[in-house]
Ligand binder design. Structure first.
Ligand code: SF4
Length: 190
């Protein structure tokens, strides 16, 4: 029997320039129970199975030339921590990609969960905390609200690298479907 782990994924944007430094593949996990008012991605909240992919499937299907790293967002990535671990490990060890994870948990909350913490060894940058509309980030720093903090676990990036060229990006897919992504109130689309 296969021990392959599958992730419930909302959507993947193969190429983004505003979800962290450089050219990034952005992976939106499906399922979040934090209900932050005015969350940017409410479509990612239900725990219904949408797209089941193994980490290997994701790279095979979506990894494009010229990608510097992956950005994992959601939804809540740590609620699928076993698959998250495998995804991050493959990104770094198999593909040599940098890894950024946005989570609704605070770092302190993660510290209370050793099973979640194990993922940190494969994360270059963690951005923590729930979205708070009253503290909305007004600059081009790549976060939703100013309570969210950057944790740098490697020397690849500094906070200066997280000032983006814009807040929202429109991506036109091969099928002509336009996807919006970024750090302004709008919905991710799959
Ligand atoms: S901002 Fe993040 S943690 Fe909050 S509801 Fe949205 S997806 Fe969940």
């Amino acid at each position: 029997m296969s021990n392959e782990i599958f992730l419930n994924i909302h959507s993947v944007i193969p190429f983004s320039k505003i979800n962290g430094p450089g050219n990034r593949m952005v992976i939106f996990f499906q399922g979040c129970n934090k209900n932050c008012p005015d969350c940017f991605n409410p479509d990612t909240h239900p725990f219904d199975i949408l797209n089941l992919y193994s980490p290997k499937d994701i790279f095979k299907k979506y990894l494009a030339n010229g990608i510097d790293g992956i950005t994992v967002s959601g939804g809540e990535p740590f609620l699928q921590h076993k698959g998250l671990f495998e995804l991050l490990k493959a990104a770094r060890e198999t593909y040599g990609l940098s890894t950024i994870v946005y989570t609704g948990f605070t770092y302190k909350e993660l510290e209370e969960r050793p099973d979640y913490l194990s993922c940190l060894r494969f994360i270059d940058v963690l951005v923590d905390g729930r979205y708070e509309e009253s503290k909305k980030e007004k600059t081009l720093l790549a976060r939703g609200s100013t309570n969210q903090r950057f944790y740098f676990f490697s020397n690849l990036y500094t906070e200066a690298d997280f000032y983006m060229i814009g807040k929202v990006e429109f991506i036109i897919g091969k099928n002509g479907i336009v996807t919006k992504t970024g750090f302004s109130n709008m919905r991710a689309s799959g």
